[in-house]
Design a protein around this ligand. Structure first.
Ligand code: NAD
Length: 364
């Protein structure tokens, strides 16, 4: 198969971890006889420095012309001024919007080799194997009115949480379909006791649950979901939540996997059947940011980016065996004891970013 990929490394550790994901894809290409044609694009702070915009036209063009996008991360202290007119984050928000990517899929897995890296007890995290689906294009992030103003009694600001039936149905559909591909349990998260959007969300989830009679549907309030994620995380299979709730719950769950550097994600406009290619362009990225504290030191964990490449093979190209090969290689090298600094046991020598990427590529 010939696969056209837009590679957008971004800022900070983005280029360091993305380079390792590309290295691993090349190894998959050699082993399984696929051609991965990669086109590099600028995005984020470095694009602001060079072109005055976080999302140059050329990057949009390359992205739209590709089958899938491998993205690193954007942002950093250099571009953080509260008065800045353009922000690196607008680059990734703009790409998601222009491609209609409304479903963010974040698998969270506790690797047996890393149980001691989680701040939670090994006995609590040992059975964790879940996927969090976050709605990406609605809710508080985009609802209008959204503004800030001065009043005689001080400053004021407003954000609006707004969801249409269509937006709720399409993200819940991804949840039900993904649950069907896994252990057939869907946890729908809302705040129906307080929010009008929460009541609409639960009503629609209940209606759709009747069409998906083979799926065990449970409704959980977001505050309770936050608690259950640290109390009994192994009980979850697929969780689906609106934008803000999904953002917070998925970062909380990152700690179940031991490190931000371990968790991949996919942003899609539809969920393909197993082994089929997704419609539209999917975007694949580690859930972590640019990690300015460790950028340029060659010590970032590339596994989240590498596992994002595996998700790309699975969802954008329907290449199950190849995706399994990457995931198996990650588990294999962890079992052999290779660890970057964020997950290394005290007293052991950490493996540098580029070495870990090479070891995983060689394993494949
Ligand atoms: P972060 O994810 O960059 O870092 C949080 C912590 O996790 C840091 O201690 C960092 O060293 C560690 N970490 C992150 N990735 C790691 C990796 N691969 N290996 C080892 N350790 C890793 O979050 P932050 O510090 O809140 O944000 C830093 C910058 O990144 C900000 O400018 C923020 O806006 C941006 N950001 C971008 C994205 C994105 O592009 N999608 C997402 C989150 C944050």
């Amino acid at each position: 198969m010939k696969c056209n990929i837009a590679v957008l490394p971004g800022d900070g550790v983005g280029p360091e971890v993305t380079a390792e994901a590309v290295k691993v894809l090349e190894a998959v290409g050699r082993k399984f006889k696929h051609t991965f044609e990669a086109k590099l694009g600028r995005i984020g702070g470095n694009a602001i420095d060079e072109f005055g915009t976080p999302l140059p036209e050329e990057t949009i063009r390359i992205s739209k012309a590709s089958d899938a996008i491998l993205f690193g991360a954007v942002g950093g202290p250099k571009w953080d001024s509260p008065t800045a007119k353009v922000r690196p984050e607008d680059g990734i928000l703009g790409i998601r919007k222009s491609l209609g990517l409304f479903a963010n899929i974040r698998p969270v897995k506790a690797y047996p080799q890393l149980l001691d890296s989680s701040p939670l007890k090994a006995s609590v995290v040992k059975d964790v194997d879940m996927v969090i689906i976050r709605e990406l294009t609605g809710g508080l992030y985009f609802g209008k009115p959204k503004k800030r103003w001065e009043t005689s009694r001080g400053r004021r600001a407003v954000d609006t949480m707004s969801y249409s039936e269509k937006e709720i149905v399409r993200i819940l559909k991804v949840g039900f379909e993904l649950a069907r591909q896994r252990r057939k349990k869907l946890t729908s998260v809302d705040k129906f006791n307080v929010l009008a959007t929460g009541r609409l969300w639960r009503e629609i989830a209940t209606e759709m649950g009747k069409e998906y009679a083979d799926i065990q549907l449970e409704h959980v309030l977001v505050d309770n979901a936050a608690m259950q994620l640290v109390r009994n995380p192994g009980s979850f299979d697929v969780i689906v939540a609106e934008n803000t709730f999904g953002d917070i719950l998925s970062d909380e769950s990152a700690m179940l996997g031991g490190s931000m550097g371990m968790l991949p994600s996919a942003s899609l406009s539809s969920l393909p059947a197993v082994g089929k290619r997704a419609k539209g362009v999917g975007l694949y990225e580690p859930i972590h940011g640019t990690a300015p504290d460790i950028a340029g030191k060659g010590i970032a964990n590339p596994i989240a980016a590498i596992l994002s490449a595996a998700m790309m093979l699975r969802y954008s190209f329907g290449l199950q065996r190849e995706a399994d090969a990457i995931e198996g290689a990650v588990e294999g090298v962890l079992a052999e004891g290779y660890r970057t600094a964020d997950i290394v046991a005290r007293g052991d020598t950490p493996t540098p970013t580029s070495k870990l990427g090479s070891v995983i590529a060689n394993y494949i």
